[in-house]
Design a protein around this ligand. Structure first.
Ligand SMILES: [Zn+2]
Length: 123
């Protein structure tokens, strides 16, 4: 198998509902998001997918999260999708959007700090 990976960043605020600790208060992160696309066989010019295209798709999704208060985005809001904006949920949210365009998407990893991340993928 071949895996290719691109990364991009965004900055956003959130607070976690139902969590006791510092993260229940409003705070921000500089998030890093890695996406992996995988293929058994590269195309005829030797690529799994053009990195440029992959970065463009990732940045398009992250552009909608950048400098936002994530709890106000309907999917994550207390009155909308009611999904807590954790790194895990963000990984799934981003995965579901990109998967619609890029079927070979394998996983999305969301880093909320240099040493903590969550990955979402479907077996
Ligand atoms: Zn946080």
């Amino acid at each position: 198998m071949y895996d290719i990976k691109v990364e991009a960043n965004f900055s956003a605020a959130h607070n976690l509902r139902g969590y006791r600790g510092k993260c229940e208060e409003l705070h921000g992160h500089n998030w890093k998001v890695e996406i992996v696309v995988s293929s058994e066989k590269p195309d005829k010019i030797g690529m799994v997918l053009d990195f440029r295209y992959l970065k463009m798709e990732l940045r398009r999704v992250l552009g909608k999260l950048d400098h936002k208060y994530l709890n106000k985005i309907p999917y994550f809001s207390a009155t909308g999708g009611k999904v807590n904006p954790t790194s895990e949920s963000l990984a799934r949210y981003i995965y579901d959007i990109i998967k619609k365009k890029i079927r070979a998407l394998k996983s999305v990893t969301v880093w909320e700090s240099d040493n903590s991340c969550a990955t979402y993928y479907v077996l």
